[in-house]
Design a protein around this ligand. Structure first.
Ligand code: RNT
Ligand code: ZN
Length: 421
């Protein structure tokens, strides 16, 4: 697209938004301050770099075998840098514990330490990409029976407690190095395929294990804990220990973050509606933006009603400042870099769309009982020249405008990904 056309369209768009009292320039400055925590695991189908890495476990599934998957840390870093260069703004990186630099040694999960993440800390400093972290409690022999922190096998339970302890230590270290908080998220696959008798017992064990793993307190300027619930997984259809109620109670009572994954609820539940409910009780939330499709909770994000509503709710509650926005999707059936870029840009578009809302006017209509006016203005906003603002934002940030990133991904595939066979 010609630069002049983008600029012309933007000037006209500004006027249109101005007519409903929305200041586009302020909005774009606000968008700059929202940093997404990009998950590292779309680059390699959640494989990780452990020496004896086995099959993906924990009921997670990545389908497809598109060529070009990152096979080592160097390739992953090259891919991630490409991804960051194709999206506007400054984003973070969310690492999983299995992505350490373990060399040729077998380093078990209860042995990992900051040494294995020095390379990531250096990379993070070099490129100005701040880090978040995740314990990995799946894809491991000690998780094969379906239980980790809630295991009735005391050896396994202690093993996983030690793992989470170490991951929190690494997180705090990242936070100190980068000078801002590293969010550490814990998700466990624990559950059962069929009718479970001792639901109470498993949940009590999970509570006790978390308390042990979280015993050491770190300054919030270094790290914060989040816990992530799920409705079901493959192999845990009947019972999931870490359910929404469990973690909601845990996060409130322990003063930690609740992680809400957009794909972890019944399909008719609206995640955008939950945020204002949980914010009555928890101080901070971590989101996992994703797109649920039937049984899968991890399709590439699109600018759909669900993602837009989540963004609108954050805007309406003025909660962007206290909400960490992580992404969590994995698709191996398409170009993985393309999946990243398209998903990240759709999350950003949803946020921009929400920021361009004349919220004060809508709220006034609502309070005055002018519900027709509320409905009509919401509908009108859908056909305002939102795309012209987005295109300008990309131009301003020197990244491909509109569909131009499709060709950029294609070039990278030819130049880099196609050599990986
Ligand atoms: C699994 C959870 C979890 C994982 C990542 C890999 O259902 O969503 O967040 O996707 O930790
Ligand atoms: Zn998730």
């Amino acid at each position: 697209m010609k630069e002049q056309s983008i600029l012309n369209a933007y000037e006209l768009a500004k006027e249109q938004y101005q007519s409903v009292d929305v200041q586009v320039e302020d909005t774009l400055a606000d968008l700059d301050k929202i940093n997404l925590s990009v998950h590292c695991w779309q680059a390699d189908d959640v494989s990780g770099f452990e020496q004896d890495a086995g099959a993906l476990g924990g009921g997670l599934a990545v389908t497809g075998n598109y060529p070009g998957k990152a096979r080592n840390i160097q390739e992953m870093r090259t891919d991630l840098q490409k991804v960051y260069s194709l999206v506007p703004g400054r984003q973070r990186l969310s690492l999983h514990a299995i992505y350490g630099e373990f060399g040729n040694k077998k380093v078990d999960r209860d042995e990992i330490s900051i040494d294995h993440f020095q390379g990531w800390a250096d990379w993070s400093r070099q490129y100005g990409i701040d880090l978040d972290f995740n314990a990995t409690l799946f894809s491991h022999a000690r998780a094969n029976e379906g239980f980790t922190l809630s295991s009735k096998n005391e050896g396994n339970r202690q093993f996983w407690i030690e793992h989470v302890r170490r991951c929190r230590e690494i997180s705090a270290w990242f936070g100190r190095q980068q000078g801002n908080t590293c969010v550490h998220n814990t998700w466990i696959p624990d559950g059962m395929k069929d009718t479970t008798i001792d639901r109470f017992g498993y949940r009590k064990l999970l509570m006790e294990s978390l308390d042990e793993a979280l015993r050491i307190k770190y300054p919030t300027s270094e790290m914060k804990d989040a816990v992530e619930s799920k409705l079901f997984g493959i192999g845990s259809e009947s019972f999931v220990v870490g359910s929404h109620e469990f973690y909601l109670g845990y996060a409130i009572s322990r003063g930690i973050l609740l992680c809400i994954d957009a794909g972890h609820f019944h399909p008719t539940e609206v995640v955008g509606d939950k945020i204002s409910a949980v914010y009555q009780y928890v101080d901070e939330v971590l989101l996992h933006l994703t797109r649920g499709v039937r049984w899968d909770s991890d399709h590439v994000i699109t600018m759909n009603d669900e993602t837009v509503l989540i963004a609108q709710e954050l805007r309406r509650m003025d909660a962007f400042g206290k909400t960490s926005i992580g992404l969590d999707f994995f698709d191996a059936s398409i170009n993985r870099i393309g999946a990243y870029v398209s998903g990240i840009r759709s999350a950003q578009k949803s946020i921009l769309y929400a920021l361009l809302e004349p919220t004060d006017t809508l709220r006034k209509y609502e309070e005055n009982g002018q519900w027709f006016e509320r409905l009509a203005l919401l509908e009108e906003m859908k056909t305002k020249p939102f795309g012209a603002v987005w295109d300008f934002y990309c131009l301003q940030h020197d990244v491909p405008v509109a569909q131009d990133y499709i060709a950029a991904v294609g070039e990278y595939e030819k130049k880099e990904l196609s050599n990986r066979i």
